[in-house]
Write a protein that binds this ligand. Structure first.
Ligand code: NAD
Length: 487
């Protein structure tokens, strides 16, 4: 069965007639197919979004807020059904997808109210006859390009603020997980036709034409560094505004005063949630040498106790990875590190009892160093490579020794270490004793090669609002400041 795309409030099978197969990563079985959208479909989606913009931008903010609350309520009402679909197509354990649905609905509620309260500024004028206003207005059509690891949540982080600010949207879900996004058509049907459109397809065939279309004023993208670079090159032709949420290589520092009862499961889950396929997954651990032996022994035991299985089973702690190529990258990083002298204390292989599905055992490595790819490039899998350090300065330097700067974590009860960490750590989000938590009111995004711009919070709304400055003279311009020079 082919689940159709959704453009201008209507279902369509797309211009190419070709389809993309969507597989269950736990069993490798075909679930459904979706249209392989192309440039023609992208143009149709932008046509619809552009036509809908004229009315949507003028819809009173209070009315838009009501409609966005309605979207949130429908997401809550269908959360269980959507969570099941997310698990089938992406592999993530059901309990995590229930959380994803809850956070997504909360994001629409949050931006409904943020949009209702959105405002510009009145600024001081240079003459008493003038009024100066800073106005905020929507851009127009937004291209929201989304990855597979949090298909609904990362869509919500873009679409909710974009709509609240008065823009219209074309969503391009990942070709790995398009089904849950297409299931949202029923929910977005409560908005005027064309305000939201869902374009499925491969990145090159459907995503790139969206970036190339000059009517798409902003591309809000979450995905890999390589794709981010390709999009930036294409967008440069039109000086198109970009919002890029790219990869990470997050560090976790465990100080000598950390409570290991908390730090051991905390670090393990920061590294292993969603099988390590979170942009802010912990991918490097730095432990003070005085507690390293105890920490390593305990995290190895903890990691070995976790149960692998299909995300649909309630006993599963760790689901499959999303696909074969993603697992192959993890295997390459682990195998190379092993060949270069790393010791594998847990995992380091596919589970022998699961021949089907893209499973990989949670893996703890020691004797690693920064020359290894596993400490430099994004691994995006269930790995916990651990190094020791002597001084806190050294720990901060190691954490900052990365081209990425998405998030960074610290376990400590020492306020001086916290101060040094928040002043010196080069990352957009810092967590102290609180790994991986989100807050809709707080900006999220990366430094260095982890991207540009921020999602969530007031900053997240501003990414979708253009600033205009209005100079207005009440005396009708009778005494403009340039008058003596103009005559
Ligand atoms: P990806 O870059 O392969 O794909 C992301 C999206 O881009 C997909 O919809 C894909 O079809 C589309 N795409 C691919 N090529 C394109 C092109 N040339 N033009 C336009 N669109 C194109 O990423 P992925 O494998 O789906 O996701 C994993 C990556 O996402 C990881 O690197 C992860 O760190 C990153 N990520 C970052 C954040 C963050 O907030 N910083 C959050 C989640 C995931």
């Amino acid at each position: 069965m082919t689940r159709p795309m959704w453009i201008n409030g209507a279902y369509t099978t797309g211009a190419s007639g070709r389809v993309i197969e969507v597989h269950d990563p736990a069993t490798e079985e075909l679930i459904e197919t979706v249209p392989a959208g192309n440039a023609e479909d992208a143009t149709a989606a932008v046509d619809a979004a552009q036509a809908a913009f004229a009315e949507w931008r003028r819809t009173p903010a209070g009315q838009r807020a009501e409609l966005l609350h309605e979207v949130a309520n429908k997401l809550t009402a269908t959360a269980e059904e959507l969570a099941l679909l997310l698990t089938r197509e992406g592999g993530k354990p059901l309990v995590e997808n229930r959380d994803e649905m809850g956070w997504s609905a909360a994001c629409f509620h949050y931006y409904a109210e943020m949009g209702r309260n959105s405002r510009g500024r009145v600024i001081p004028s240079v003459e008493s006859s003038q009024l100066n206003l800073v106005l905020k207005e929507p851009y127009g059509v937004i291209g929201a390009i989304v990855p597979w690891n949090y298909p609904i949540l990362l869509m919500a982080w873009k679409v909710a603020p974009a709509l609240a600010a008065g823009n219209t949207v074309v969503i391009k879900p990942s070709e790995m997980t398009p089904l849950s996004t297409l299931a949202l058509a029923d929910i977005f049907a409560g908005l005027p036709n064309g305000v939201v459109n869902i374009l499925t397809g491969y990145g090159r065939e459907a995503g790139e034409p969206l970036v190339r279309d000059p009517r798409v004023r902003v591309i809000a993208f979450t995905g890999s560094l390589e794709t981010g670079r390709a999009i930036a090159r294409t967008a440069a032709e039109q000086i198109k505004k970009l919002h890029l949420e790219l990869g990470g290589k997050d560090a976790f520092i465990v100080a000598e005063d950390a409570d290991l009862n908390v730090a051991v499961p905390g670090v393990a889950w920061a590294a292993l949630l969603n099988t390590g396929q979170v942009c802010t997954s912990t991918e490097r651990v730095y432990v003070h040498e005085s507690i390293a032996p105890a920490f390593i022994e305990r995290i190895v035991d903890y990691t070995r106790s976790l149960r692998l299985g299909p995300g649909i089973e309630p006993t599963t702690d760790i689901g499959p990875m999303v696909g074969a190529s993603y697992r192959a990258k993890v295997e390459a990083h682990v195998d190379e590190a092993r060949a270069q002298g790393a010791r594998i204390l847990a995992g380091g292989r596919r589970p022998p009892d699961r021949p089907r599905g893209y499973f990989y055992e949670p893996t703890v490595l020691v004797d690693v160093n920064h020359a290894m790819r596993i400490m430099r490039e994004e691994t995006f899998g269930p790995t916990i490579p651990i190094m020791t350090y002597r001084s806190f300065d050294e720990a901060i330097n190691l954490a900052n020794d990365s081209p990425f700067g998405l998030g960074a974590n610290l376990y400590t009860s020492d306020a001086r270490k916290v101060k040094q960490f928040y002043e010196e750590a080069q990352a957009g989000t810092l967590w102290v004793n609180d790994p991986l938590t989100d807050n809709d009111a707080g900006p999220f995004g990366g430094m260095k090669m982890s991207g540009m711009g921020r999602e969530l919070g007031e900053e997240g709304l501003d990414e979708f609002r253009e600033t205009k400055h209005l100079h207005w003279d009440f005396e009708g311009g009778a005494k403009p400041w340039w008058y003596p020079y103009g005559k």
